[in-house]
Write a new protein. Structure first.
Length: 89
């Protein structure tokens, strides 16, 4: 059985791990793996958002900004004036 780093009361020993000891190396490896997986997921989400923002920016650059404002204003006006539920009678 190989020697492992174990921790007892905050002191790290290079001894053979006994039953019930916290294997510090294994614990750190698990934490490291979890953090790496989180970073990979965040990278994937970032890439998705970057692609979406690039698409939106290309659409907006091709539009007249005044025209865009009018369209957004008209859409909001319709949404606010539209009935949201059954009318109270």
């Amino acid at each position: 059985m190989p020697d492992r780093y174990i921790e007892r009361k905050g002191i790290i020993f290079n001894q053979i791990a006994e039953r019930g000891d916290v294997d510090q190396t294994t614990k750190l490896q698990k934490e490291n793996r979890v953090l790496i997986e989180k970073v990979e997921r965040l990278k994937q989400e970032y890439n998705k958002l970057r692609k979406a923002s690039e698409f939106i920016m290309s659409v907006i650059e091709g539009m007249d900004t005044e025209d865009l404002r009018k369209k957004i204003f008209q859409k909001r006006k319709k949404e606010l004036s539209a009935p949201t539920g059954p009318s109270p009678c």
